[in-house]
Design a protein around this ligand. Structure first.
Ligand SMILES: Cc1cc2nc3c(=O)[nH]c(=O)nc-3n(C[C@H](O)[C@H](O)[C@H](O)COP(=O)(O)OP(=O)(O)OC[C@H]3O[C@@H](n4cnc5c(N)ncnc54)[C@H](O)[C@@H]3O)c2cc1C
Length: 458
């Protein structure tokens, strides 16, 4: 453990060459820089190294090694478990690294590790191109892609990680590597699902596809009394979706701030307008919605339309699992649990996964969950610290009530902070052993362990 004086002295030595900012607790800007998306996470790093480029990242790794301090890596800061920050350690913060370069001819994009989905989409949509990214615009590309990447375009183009061409990585030794199908292929396999376990992704390159700029999407909102009908209709609709068409269902609260509970379908169709119009017609004709906002809109608008529902600094506690099937009993349990939701920002979400995301072999990338079906997410979100205990308790109780319907396997990007190590092992299933071998090769001392950790082999 290093003293404040030794951290200050090492930071002062580095500051002559460091292009970004080195922030210690007494520095202006430290309190803003230490905050992440989830307001429940309140950690105080010894040093925040806000990097400007790859050389800053290499120097920050060397500094943490010299000081013997633990490291956390921050991309977009959205990880609900708060793995992007650390008490008493060094945060290697990439959020100032915002470079994005689109090659519209080759249909690729290169983006640095601090970029968010809104930022990448803004550039790629200039050319009517996109890659599967997060459902909201404020999430970081790095954490989301390295762990998986469920999003509006996954039926047609696979997960975010399925579109990766290459990753530039700074290792625990401070080496700069490039991983792709041709270079360091084992590492590239592990990076596609293995999260931040192998190093710091300073930039990521993706394949792009023709998307929009106008797509068809939005939410359709029904009264909460129709929850069961809406979820049954969702289940029936999900059976025959084309790849272009993604459909999620949620029991949530009205976006008008009234706190009214509602059942909603949220959709995106990235195909031709006439096909999209035909595909969303049954959704629009079902029941008697309170509000129907599904229609043509720019892809960037779809990507940001839910942002306001997840404000930065709100207190969050999430739990999730893939479902075996969405049975009548699962629907009934969800409906009953949501009736007990203690917060007007709480939500139960079903993300339907099909199409291209499910046509990749479970062992082709480190992300093994390739079966058609649903990811179930309990999303407890609230503003007042005095509500914390009851909101966390509701999320845990709801999760336990839904357990009989769970499939094996969980999505690492949604694991919460109190998950036992068993959850990480279970999350990777058959791929865990190979991930351990790659971890042992690239990070034998587990320098990168503030993540959903893969343990190196002894
Ligand atoms: C409001 C909200 C919406 C979300 N929506 C979606 C969604 O639509 N689809 C989906 O799949 N997930 C979604 N997520 C979950 C999201 O994938 C994870 O929270 C993910 O970790 C966020 O990435 P980040 O870069 O913002 O995270 P950070 O908190 O910055 O990082 C999380 C972890 O990722 C690793 N990491 C981050 N950057 C790097 C890097 N450059 N190099 C190496 N490792 C790195 C580190 O281990 C770090 O601890 C959402 C989360 C929130 C809060």
């Amino acid at each position: 453990m290093s003293s404040i004086a030794s951290v200050a002295s090492a930071a002062a030595d580095l500051s002559a060459s460091f292009q970004g900012q080195l922030l210690m607790p007494a520095d202006e800007g430290y309190d803003v820089a230490r905050k992440v998306h989830n307001g429940l996470v309140d950690k105080r790093p010894a040093l925040i190294a806000r990097c400007h480029g790859v050389a800053d990242v290499v120097d920050a790794v060397a500094l943490a090694t010299k000081l013997g301090l633990e490291v956390a890596v921050r991309g977009g800061g959205h990880n609900v478990a708060g793995r992007a920050t650390i008490d008493g350690g060094v945060v290697i913060d990439l959020s100032l690294m915002k470079g994005v370069r689109v090659d519209p001819v080759a249909k690729t994009v290169w983006a640095q590790g601090g970029v968010t989905w809104g930022e990448v989409n803004r550039e790629t949509q200039l050319y009517g191109l996109a890659v599967t990214g997060g459902v909201v615009s404020t999430t970081g590309i790095a954490g989301l892609t390295l762990g998986g990447g469920l999003g509006w375009l996954m039926g047609k183009y696979g997960l975010a990680l399925d579109n990766l061409r290459a990753v530039e990585l700074v290792t625990a030794e401070g080496k700069v590597l490039r991983a792709s199908k041709q270079e360091e292929p084992d590492l590239f396999w592990g990076l596609r699902g293995g999260g931040g376990n192998f190093g710091i992704a300073t930039s990521l390159e993706y394949d792009l596809h023709t998307v929009g700029p106008i797509i068809t999407g939005g939410p359709i909102i029904h009264p909460i009394e129709r929850s069961r009908d809406v979820l049954e209709f969702f289940r029936a609709s999900a059976r025959s979706l084309t790849d272009e068409h993604t459909l999620f269902a949620t029991l949530t609260h009205a976006p008008d701030g009234s706190g009214a509970e509602v059942a909603a379908l949220v959709t995106c169709h990235c195909g031709q307008p006439a096909d999209a119009e035909r595909a969303v017609r049954p959704l629009k004709q079902f029941g008697a919605p309170i509000m129907d906002l599904v229609g043509p809109m720019p892809y960037c608008q779809l990507n940001s339309m839910l942002d306001a529902n997840y404000p930065r600094g709100a207190l969050n506690y999430w739990k999730s699992n893939f479902l075996k099937e969405l049975s009548d009993a699962a629907i009934a349990t969800m409906t009953d649990c949501f009736a007990r939701c203690p917060t007007p920002m709480g939500q139960l979400l079903l993300e339907h996964i099909h199409g291209a995301a499910t046509r990749v072999g479970a062992g082709d990338t480190a992300f093994p969950h390739r079966q058609k079906g649903y990811n179930f997410l309990v999303l407890a979100q609230w503003m007042q610290p005095s509500d914390t205990n009851r909101c966390v308790a509701w999320a845990r109780e709801t999760y336990e009530s839904m357990r009989p319907f769970f499939a094996p396997g969980r999505y690492v990007n949604y694991l919460d902070d109190d998950e036992a190590r068993d959850s990480v092992v279970a999350a990777y299933g058959q791929n865990y052993r190979r991930l351990q071998q790659i971890k042992t090769k690239y990070d034998p001392n587990n320098f990168f362990r503030m993540n959903q950790n893969i343990r190196p082999l002894a």
